[in-house]
Design a protein around this ligand. Structure first.
Ligand SMILES: Cc1cc2nc3c(=O)[nH]c(=O)nc-3n(C[C@H](O)[C@H](O)[C@H](O)COP(=O)(O)OP(=O)(O)OC[C@H]3O[C@@H](n4cnc5c(N)ncnc54)[C@H](O)[C@@H]3O)c2cc1C
Length: 322
């Protein structure tokens, strides 16, 4: 839908973000006959990956195909999807007003933030180029695909040792490059050694690639270790700008920061819910989709109560005038 000068007057719910979380929410809301607008900038986190895994019955589907099908499903039930970026969010009367980069405005009674997170990658040549193919972070997403291969774990946080142990479950050829991670304590070093994980102290200078394929991990000084895949531990940072404009503050986490929520995605800001990776840094596609659907049911229930209260009020006024 062309969003130039979009002016959505008072829909029930504005969903910001059209990934697994936002689209699942949109489907559940639209199926409850709620008017819903999804604003999506189209930067789904797993877009660089060739296929999605651990999503039951959809294994290996391309992330873009999955989203195209999700958009079509949401639209079939009446949700409207705007390809645009929400740049402002503020209270407007009893609800919200969201300003779009394309110049439009969406007004809604409730707001769902399904804006995902940004993977802050270590600044090592080769990492960004191979992100989602030869460079991984999640053993569940693409660990199977590199099982038995030579895997180099680039250490950036204390959790990198655990990541090495996770990938050791999938391959007997795992090497941990300590790079910038804190010094290993004795117990961790013992665990890694007992699991035959090589430990290489030194700074990773770059990943050597050949036609888009990882060939090796190169240390400062030029020494190269052959590798078929590398792993990193990004900092996971929920997109915070809209939430902060609404008065919210991200919650710190050892791996990054997220929008704190209570039951079914309710945030501390009245009328605002969050789902997917913005609220749960570890949520994979299925969990993101589930949390989007759960938030949608909570929002719908909230609106049902509001509608009922408004009806009671209107009824009282009518009776008063008789
Ligand atoms: C390389 C990689 C591979 C992965 N592979 C798998 C896998 O195989 N299986 C699996 O289960 N999980 C996988 N994941 C995790 C998966 O990507 C996430 O679980 C999922 O994307 C979270 O969905 P989401 O809807 O919360 O966020 P996203 O999918 O990131 O969607 C958020 C959307 O919100 C939009 N947005 C953000 N801010 C705004 C704004 N202000 N205005 C408008 N739109 C906005 C973004 O552009 C984006 O389209 C992988 C992750 C990575 C990084």
């Amino acid at each position: 839908m062309n969003t130039e000068h979009t002016r959505e007057a008072g829909v029930d719910v504005a969903v910001i973000g059209g990934g697994a979380a936002g689209l699942s929410a949109a489907v559940a809301l639209a199926r409850s006959l709620r008017s819903v607008v999804v604003v999506d900038a189209g930067e789904q986190r797993n877009a660089p990956a060739a296929g999605v895994h651990n999503v039951l019955a959809l294994d290996g589907t391309s992330p873009l195909d999955l989203l195209t099908a999700g958009r079509e499903e949401a639209e079939r039930y009446g949700a409207r999807i705007h390809r645009d970026r929400a740049v402002t969010a503020r209270r407007h009367g009893e609800g919200f007003e969201v300003g779009l980069a394309g110049g439009g405005v969406v007004r809604s009674r409730r707001l769902l933030l399904a804006t995902g997170l940004v993977d802050e990658l270590p600044d090592i040549p080769g990492v960004r180029e191979l992100w989602g193919s030869g460079v991984l972070h999640c053993a569940y997403c693409h660990g199977w695909e590199v099982r038995g291969q030579r895997i180099g774990v680039v250490g950036t946080t204390s959790l990198s040792a655990h990541q090495a142990l996770m990938f050791r479950q999938l391959s007997g050829h795992v090497t941990l490059f300590t790079h910038t991670m804190p010094e290993l304590d004795d117990q961790t070093r013992e665990r890694l050694t007992a699991r035959d994980i090589g430990i290489v102290d030194g700074t990773v200078e770059r990943l050597r690639t050949d036609n888009g394929t990882l060939r090796g991990v190169v240390l400062t000084g030029g020494y190269e270790f052959g590798a078929d895949a590398a792993t990193v531990t990004p900092r996971f940072l929920a997109r915070e700008d809209l939430y902060e404009q609404l008065g919210g503050t991200l919650t710190e986490h050892p791996l990054g920061a997220f929008v704190g929520t209570s039951h079914m995605g309710k945030t501390d800001v009245p009328g605002v819910w969050a789902a997917g990776n913005s609220a749960d840094l570890g949520a994979m596609v299925a969990a993101s989709s589930g949390s989007g659907a759960a938030a949608a049911t909570a929002i719908n229930a909230d609106l049902v109560t509001e509608n009922a209260d408004a009806a009671v009020h209107a009824r009282g006024q009518t009776a008063g005038h008789r």
